[in-house]
Design a protein. Structure first.
Length: 178
């Protein structure tokens, strides 16, 4: 209202000095209250946040270092396990080869025993057959000789001697023919 009552024209762009002073005093009071009350709380909050962030970064770095250490340990354990598996596989192959060789040797030994037993059995059968054949041939020969000679050759000692002599001559002729 004073503006209307004043007769002097005022410039609208120039502020009124009493208002500027009151504005500066109010600004100073608000600035003082903010700087004494609100600014320390804000700074404290910002500092806590900065420390929390820095602590989080440090924790993350230490966790990453620890994770890297654990990863290296796992890699070392994995490499060791692979090495151990390869060693066990090699041992198993070697043991398998040894077992196969032993089984071959055992099979060869059993085959040799079977062959030897077969030869022994064949020899025994051959001797038994030769003995039975000798007796049968001897009986037939004495019967035939008895019919040819006209006398009985039942005397056992004579019969054995004649048969043995006859068979020995046959064996000698067979050996000479070879």
């Amino acid at each position: 209202m004073m503006y209307l009552a004043a007769e002097e024209p005022q410039m609208p762009l120039l502020p009124v000095w009493p208002e500027v002073v009151i504005g500066l005093i109010c600004f100073g009071i608000v600035f003082f209250v903010f700087s004494k009350k609100l600014l320390p709380v804000i700074n404290k909050t910002l500092e806590e946040r900065r420390e929390a962030i820095e602590g989080g970064i440090e924790k993350a770095e230490s966790a990453q270092i620890e994770a890297q250490s654990v990863l290296e340990q796992y890699k070392a354990q994995l490499a060791e396990a692979r090495h151990e598996a390869a060693r066990l596989r090699q041992e198993a192959q070697e043991q398998g080869a040894v077992i196969i060789q032993e089984m071959k040797a055992e099979g060869q030994r059993q085959r040799e025993e079977i062959i030897a037993a077969g030869h022994t059995q064949i020899e025994a059968d051959r001797k038994a057959a030769a003995s039975a054949l000798r007796q049968d041939v001897g009986k037939l020969a004495t019967d035939l000789a008895g019919k040819l000679v006209g006398e009985s050759l039942q005397d056992h000692a004579r019969q054995s001697g004649t048969v043995d002599r006859f068979l020995d001559e046959l064996e000698a002729k067979a050996e000479a023919a070879r």
